[in-house]
Design a protein. Structure first.
Length: 646
């Protein structure tokens, strides 16, 4: 079979961090002869070269090329392209890893859409990744109709013939932003780019020791010299005007303005941030016309204007004010309805820990020049933000705690203005309602509810909470999509999370009352504290004296307003005599079903089937008797002492 995908992995001293990468490549769902991995060792000095040689000897899908150290990732990637045999090449860093079906899905999506570039959904583990780009699939994306320019890392799939046809390779040598130059040209010259957003293809990892190349402090002079090369690519393949300004805006916003904002700037030593500011000032003055900054959000426009004017002290002062701005999201309701979880919340921004307020009668005015001082800058931002309040948005994302995968949930929201004091100022509050279908979440694990708020140039996230213990809703677990799901509040912070692999006592089945369990003929009926849509199938397991029997059951909603469902099941035919423990599983047909014991048992005998307490094991009964004897003796001794004292 021809090789469909060649995965190219530049390698330099990854140590144990390469193991997750290797394991993910070996787990790929593509047939073994349909893909290969080309590891290009760039002069590693740890034990990695020998590790890769052993890997290649054991696994024919794995190939290794050794070379002298080149100083950066560009040359190893180019060597990998030249050695690749696949129709597509996929770039993976040695400390990252792929989803198990990433190559199969991305290749099929690329072929189906005739894509020269395929961008797969990313998840960041302790590091940021693009969010807006992956709201939905984009089978035919361009820099004009999708935020492609937000994703300039090389971790994508490229058609090998396309790279050869246009002669595209990575800049080599010890340098930064070689991926920006490569990916930007690929976007602008591709016949089609496809974005796959419904499966996490790439896991972007920040090492525990934070030694990833992208997290090391850089030399501002060299960094912004390399950045100018990416701007050169844009100028080469676009005409002056709105498209070029929009593309340039990405570098102004991400690589310059965001580096000069709030805590990110304040955390740097003064001498370094002065050097950083000086280089940013040069690029802004040299390369960007007025149309670039004009498309930024208000807070970003202020920083860009101050940078262009060379006003370092005002940039620092503005950053000190902005460091106190944060989002806040408060839950207003969490409840199950028809198999979905409905979550209500409000969201707004705070300043210095208090709700942020804005002028009530604000109108939009352009920022004609850099503000004369920080107070004027803050006042303009407040007025402009209030005037643009109709653009404010709130989203709810569920973020997997273990791997960082995140998914937008359907949200409806309204924008409210709340008068403050004499009414001259208002709060801008977003009131939202989200509908979560846990069956749509991949795998099982813990998912944190994250609110993403966009307003006035701030796009910030926070956990949904805290919810005061006295007022927070306490929904039961539910059975959705053949698994048990528990919404719960974290301790001690009181933030909302979902456990989609809940089992044991946390499922709440120990709350089943024996008085609400009945056997009639060969049918079992019980009220259980689980939410489920009508007709939800579950499995029951009956065990006694080393024997196990199974039965199918269903959960049905009950109309009396109390939480929970009615469990109904036909008992196994001819249930033998004995005391049978009962356990429930939401997915009894799984390879490893999760069973949770119910707090009752069934006694089968000549008189039919009765509901009885769960029998305690002999060892437990013996221990209970021993405890009772000890307590009895202690009480008797205490009584004797009391009588003697009298």
């Amino acid at each position: 079979m021809p090789v469909k995908v060649s995965v190219i992995v530049p390698v330099y001293n990854p140590g144990p961090y390469i193991e997750d990468c290797i394991a993910s490549l070996q787990r790929q769902s593509l047939p073994p002869d349909a893909y290969e991995a080309v590891f290009v060792d760039d002069g590693s000095t740890d034990g990695t070269p020998a590790r890769l040689d052993r890997l290649a000897a054991e696994d024919p899908r794995m190939r290794v090329i050794h070379q002298e150290n080149s100083g950066w990732s560009g040359k190893p990637r180019n060597v990998g392209i030249d050695a690749a045999r696949g129709e597509y090449v996929m770039f993976v860093d040695n400390d990252d890893y792929l989803g198990d079906e990433a190559l199969e899905r991305m290749y099929a999506y690329g072929v189906a859409n005739g894509a020269d570039v395929v961008v797969g959904k990313m998840a960041g583990k302790n590091r940021g990744v693009p969010v807006e780009l992956f709201r939905r699939n984009h089978p035919r994306a361009t820099v004009g109709n999708a935020p492609l320019i937000d994703s300039l890392t090389p971790h994508k799939m490229f058609r090998r013939a396309f790279l050869d046809r246009i002669g595209l390779r990575f800049p080599e040598g010890r340098r930064r932003l070689e991926d920006h130059v490569f990916v930007t040209e690929a976007y602008l010259r591709a016949d089609n780019v496809s974005v796959l957003s419904d499966y996490v293809c790439y896991y972007h990892i920040r090492r525990d020791d934070a030694s990833n190349a992208g997290f090391q402090r850089f030399d501002p002079v060299g960094y912004f010299a390399n950045l100018r090369e990416a701007l050169d690519v844009v100028e080469r393949y676009t005409e002056p005007g709105a498209v070029r300004d929009r593309l340039f805006r990405r570098w102004l916003r991400v690589e310059m303005v965001e580096r000069l904002r709030a805590r990110r700037l304040l955390a740097l030593p003064d001498d370094y941030r002065r050097e950083l500011f000086a280089e940013i000032h040069k690029v802004v003055v040299e390369r960007f016309g007025p149309g670039v900054a004009a498309g930024l959000q208000p807070t970003q426009q202020v920083v860009a204007a101050l940078a262009e004017a060379g006003r370092y002290d005002d940039v620092v002062a503005f950053a000190e004010w902005e460091a106190g701005v944060a989002p806040a999201a408060a839950p207003t309701g969490v409840e199950w309805r028809d198999g979905s979880l409905h979550i209500g919340f409000t969201a707004e921004f705070t300043s210095a820990g208090e709700p942020m307020t804005f002028p009530a009668d604000a109108v939009r005015t352009p920022l004609a020049d850099s503000p004369k001082g920080v107070e004027e800058a803050v006042a303009w931002v407040g007025a402009e933000t209030a005037a643009r309040s109709g653009q404010a948005t709130a989203d709810l994302l569920l973020r997997e705690r273990a791997g960082g995968a995140q998914y937008f949930q359907p949200v409806e929201f309204t924008r409210e203005t709340v008068a403050v004091g004499d009414g001259e100022r208002v709060r801008l509050v977003l009131r939202a309602a989200a509908t979560v279908d846990p069956a749509g979440l991949p795998g099982g694990g813990v998912w944190d509810a994250v609110v993403r708020v966009r307003l006035g140039g701030w796009t910030k996230e926070c956990r949904l909470g805290p919810a005061p213990r006295a007022t927070r809703p306490e929904p039961s677990a539910g059975v959705v999509g053949h698994r048990a799901v528990l919404p719960y509040w974290t301790e001690p912070h009181g933030n909302l999370a979902l456990d989609t692999a809940v089992k044991g006592r946390r499922l709440g089945l120990d709350g089943v009352r024996r008085t609400e369990v009945a056997v009639s003929g060969a049918r079992l009926r019980a009220r259980v504290p689980l939410h489920a849509a009508d007709g939800t199938p579950v499995g029951l397991r009956f065990t006694a004296a080393g024997r196990t029997l199974h039965a199918s059951g269903t959960l049905t909603g009950v109309p009396d307003g109390r939480p929970g469902s009615l469990l109904e099941a036909a008992l196994p035919s001819g249930l033998p005599r004995g005391i049978w423990r009962v356990a429930l599983s939401p997915d009894p047909d799984a390879a490893r079903p999760r069973w949770t014991g119910l707090p009752f048992a069934l006694r089968a005998g000549g008189g039919g089937v009765l509901v009885v307490p769960v029998p305690r094991p002999r060892a437990v009964r013996r221990l209970a008797r021993r405890v009772r004897r000890v307590l009895g003796a202690a009480r008797a001794k205490a009584r004797a002492l009391v009588r003697g004292g009298r």
